[in-house]
Ligand binder design. Sequence first.
Ligand SMILES: [Zn+2]
Length: 140
Amino acid sequence: MNNNIKNCLTCGKEIHREDSPHDYAFKIKKFCSVECRHINDIVRIKGVSNTYAVGLYFELTLKKKLENDGWVVFKTEYPTKLLDLIAFKGNEVMVIQAKTHNNNPTILDKLEELKNFKRAFPNVTVKLITKEEDYEIKCD
Ligand SMILES: [Zn+2]
């Protein structure tokens, strides 16, 4: 076993001894990033899967970002699957589906569902946000 490398408990990424200022810091280090530490907290506290916790952490990060931009944001409760966040600012209403895994349902499935939502509520800003991209849904 290589004592100079260990793996992040959340994502499995390698943590190298040379990234830590002291041996002691390396010894107690369990995660590659603050994000991974928070995700692990969510898994422990809520008793959910790692995949679920990654999604939840991403939603909470987006919520905080919008609140910093002056939006009032509500997170929908499970099992509401279509929308994760509902935000209000002035006369504007925005709904957001956050997606961290392109699994079942896929991003394309979600975009299709959100298009239906947009048709029903054309004045609402509808977004699907992934780690890589923001998609704003437009009416056809
Ligand atoms: Zn990690």
